[in-house]
Design a protein around this ligand. Structure first.
Ligand code: ADP
Ligand code: ADP
Length: 228
């Protein structure tokens, strides 16, 4: 049994008499602490796949399991980072992260929470921006905040849904280095969704192409053996 498993998963959209199947009998197995990238064109079903893993969406047929248990709802053990930062604009960097920490670790004292929040802000090199509002930050910095917020909830699985696609090439390269550094310091299971083949090869241990269109399915994955 693998840590994350999709077994025979199908998902379609539209009314029953005119249904388009986006994922057809997809199987996927991800081991604990493995960094997997799923690549595919826009419209190939990548977001559908990551939503299934997150528990934000459920398959028409088949099963999604984590640690042997069926994924029945979203939870902090599966942290997700989206392409758009979804930060609360009226809260500072620290307050955005604190809100998440408070919801997941309600027993922490205020001082413990502050230490926890600051640790994650430092992890993404944003200590000088602690009190800033999202509108005062660059796109790259906002995405660092999102990453810190998700990591601060200490998820067992990190789901990255095209987290860097909206950024310019230089910022993207910068954040790719950060993700590698953070992952090396703090190993966990990561599923990255991306349409950037170079990014997939750079970051992941294993790259899985998602084939396009109705009857989409996962092609055979390949291991990345390039030197980082
Ligand atoms: P990707 O992330 O690879 O772009 P998605 O999973 O977002 O792929 O979408 C796959 C296909 O399913 C697309 O053709 C999209 O238009 C369609 N689709 C996604 N979500 C819905 C929905 N809620 N209702 C109808 N069609 C959808
Ligand atoms: P960009 O998204 O503009 O490429 P990065 O996300 O790569 O920027 O961040 C570059 C670094 O510069 C950040 O780690 C941050 O510490 C620092 N930095 C840039 N602007 C500010 C600012 N206004 N306040 C605090 N730090 C900043």
């Amino acid at each position: 049994m693998s840590f994350l498993e999709l077994t025979n998963v199908s998902v379609g959209y539209g009314p029953t008499n005119n249904r388009t199947e986006v994922l057809s009998a997809v199987n996927l197995a991800v081991e604990e602490n493995e960094f997997v990238a799923i690549i595919g064109f826009s419209g190939s079903g990548k977001s559908t796949l990551i939503n299934l893993l997150a528990g934000l969406q459920f398959p028409d047929t088949g099963e999604v399991r984590m640690g042997g248990k069926v994924v029945a709802e979203p939870g902090p053990e599966r942290g997700i980072v989206f392409q758009n930062y979804s930060l609360l604009p009226w809260l500072s960097v620290a307050e955005n992260i604190d809100l998440a920490v408070k919801s997941v670790f309600p027993a922490l004292s205020k001082a413990e929470r502050k230490a926890h929040v600051d640790r994650y802000i430092a992890k993404v090199n944003l200590s000088p921006a602690r009190e800033k509002k999202p509108s005062e930050l660059s796109g790259g910095m906002r995405q660092r905040v999102s990453l810190a917020r998700t990591l601060s909830m200490q998820p067992e699985v990190l789901l990255l849904d095209e987290p860097l696609s909206a950024l310019d090439a230089l910022t993207r390269a910068n954040l790719q280095d950060e993700i590698t550094r953070i992952w090396e310091q703090d190993k966990r299971t990561v599923v990255l969704i991306t349409n950037d083949v170079d990014e997939a090869l750079l970051l992941a241990d294993r790259v899985i192409p998602l084939t396009m269109g109705p009857q989409a399915t996962l092609a055979t994955s390949f291991d990345v053996t390039l030197d980082r």
